[in-house]
Design a protein. Structure first.
Length: 203
């Protein structure tokens, strides 16, 4: 179980896209993931083409506070279970905001050292998710897992993730994307394996 996780961490460290599987809060939905510091227009385009779900920026509570972001719905009523903040756009350097280049630029601006609320506008075309402070051990979902994976890979503490849809519009499961994994040499990080690794490290 260790080897696939190691392969995923090596890929993340090298700036490549991986697949996150085993989300326990979303019925087994799977996601494409790249460390935010490595995001390029090509990464965004790959996610839009092959993931087709919503492209989100997973951030820590500290980064969210730095950017002046808070949960859209912090309560328990009418809760979707997705820790969304308001959508964002870079305040400068974008045109329509929706292109792969514009979305990559927004991620880069939001992740820059010293970035603040003055550097972003809302609404926009990048959708921040605010992770729980305890990471995947506190919330076993792709949002937290992506940040833990980026940290373990030495690739910062934020990630871009995109859920994967099948050609028929239904949400994909890991068995649905064998061809995609093979065609692009994608490593797979299983959340269960990640939790086991982290629990072992804290035991």
């Amino acid at each position: 179980m260790e080897r696939p996780l190691e392969a995923a961490l090596e890929a993340i460290a090298a700036g490549r896209i991986v697949v996150i599987a085993g989300d326990r809060l979303r019925g087994g939905d799977i996601d494409l993931m790249c460390a935010a510091r490595h995001v390029t227009p090509e990464v965004i385009n790959f996610m839009a083409t092959h993931g087709r779900g919503l492209i989100c920026l997973a951030v820590t509570p500290e980064r969210a506070a730095q950017l002046g972001l808070s949960l859209v719905n912090p309560g328990t009523a009418r809760q979707t279970g997705r820790p969304f903040a308001r959508s964002i756009e870079a305040a400068h350097g974008v045109s329509t905001g929706i292109s792969a280049a514009d979305r990559a630029h927004t991620v880069q601006v939001a992740m820059a050292d010293g970035a603040s609320n003055a550097d972003i506008h809302s609404p926009g075309h990048v959708f921040p998710l605010i992770a729980q402070a305890g990471g995947v051990l506190a919330r076993p979902s792709a949002c937290e897992a992506s940040i833990d994976l980026a940290r373990m890979a030495g690739a910062g503490d934020a990630a871009v993730i995109c859920s994967i849809m099948r050609d028929d519009g239904e949400m994909a499961r890991i068995d649905d994307i064998g061809d995609l994994i093979a065609a692009h040499g994608l490593a797979v990080a299983d959340i269960g394996a990640l939790i086991a690794r982290l629990e072992g490290a804290t035991a």
